[in-house]
Write a protein that binds this ligand. Structure first.
Ligand SMILES: [Fe+2]
Length: 326
């Protein structure tokens, strides 16, 4: 069968848990290969893998495409929610507005070695970006909703989001579209913890604690996947923010380049902020020093070493660590 015999469907429109109404195909090296048969679900595992690998589309034979589209539309059932359901009336139209917003590209500093002047520019760009994204109702309402449910998780998420954007920019990302996904992924990275009783989260000795921690990335994805319009990149960040470069993370134990770069950035920012909160008793300069050290001495355990030198440079300059530490 040739190209004209197939119609493309965006993968993120498909619910991976529902049995498919038709066969579906993947395009591999310009050939269409049957991937799943009518009656089978895609399966959450495969779905996550596709997202991680950047597979965005599936294909349906043109004579069955209407059946397939009807099936997708019928899945907008009671279960599925929208941003408006989740975050209130003001968020209606967010995605329309954010389309123009995504056109913007910040200055990209990837080739240059970082110095104080570049870091100052980056920090200005971060605050410009953050003040814009905070004007979006979806962001402010997501934060408000999280604050309402668990202020510790909400504060942490905002810190991680701001730091992730700074690190993302320092690593050479300047496109609004990428930065927005990075920011939203970081804001929502612990969303799955919101369903857990804060008392369980605060007490590591609680018998439910480790299971709750283990489950929260997948729980977060499940909660938000039903919210139409959350980009797959954001879900991937949530899913993978505890995966480790050496493959010893969770929930899947994937490693190396199978981990999405933006998820690695959020993971670094997450550990940085956790180290700061765990050392509240120290003077702030010491806390920053310690948090930078945790990242510096990772040695390819949690994070891809190819990001680390640049990240350390960026953190050192932003928090003035080395100067006083020397
Ligand atoms: Fe987490």
């Amino acid at each position: 069968m040739s190209e004209e015999d197939f119609s493309l469907v965006i993968l993120s429109k498909v619910d991976p848990e529902r049995p498919l109404p038709t066969d579906i195909y993947l395009k591999v090296d310009n050939k269409f290969i049957k991937f799943k048969s009518k009656g089978d679900p895609i399966g959450a595992d495969k779905y996550e893998l596709f997202i991680a690998k950047g597979v965005k589309n599936i294909y349906i034979t043109s004579d069955e495409i209407m059946t397939f589209l009807d099936w997708i539309n019928s899945s907008s059932s009671d279960e599925e929610t929208t941003f408006v359901d989740e975050f209130g009336e003001e968020s209606r139209g967010f995605f329309k507005r954010s389309k123009d917003f995504k056109e913007k590209v910040y200055e990209i500093y990837f080739e240059d070695e970082l110095n104080e002047e570049i870091v100052e520019n980056l920090q200005t760009n971060v605050s410009d970006f953050v003040s814009q994204i905070k004007e979006n109702p979806i962001t402010s309402q997501a934060i408000a909703l999280m604050l309402n449910k668990n202020s510790t998780v909400a504060d942490h998420s905002v810190n991680v989001a701001n730091l992730s954007v700074y690190l993302g920019m320092a690593l050479g990302h300047g496109h609004q579209f990428v930065l927005e996904n990075l920011y939203m992924g970081a804001i929502f990275h612990d969303y799955g913890k919101l369903k857990i009783d804060p008392k369980v989260l605060e007490n590591q000795g609680n018998r439910l604690y480790s299971q709750a921690v283990q489950d929260h990335p997948v729980a977060g994805v499940k909660m938000l996947r039903k919210t139409q319009g959350i980009p797959t990149q954001v879900l991937t960040i949530i899913q993978q923010h505890h995966e480790q470069f050496n493959g010893h993370g969770f929930p899947k134990g994937i490693g190396g380049d199978d981990i999405y770069e933006l998820a690695q950035i959020v993971s670094i920012a997450n550990i940085f902020d956790n180290t700061l909160s765990e050392n509240k008793q120290l003077p702030s300069h010491e806390r920053y020093k310690r948090a930078v050290k945790v990242i510096e001495f990772d040695n390819g355990k949690m994070w891809n070493p190819k990001y680390i030198d640049r990240v350390i440079e960026a953190l050192t300059l932003a928090f003035h660590v080395r100067k006083k530490a020397a």
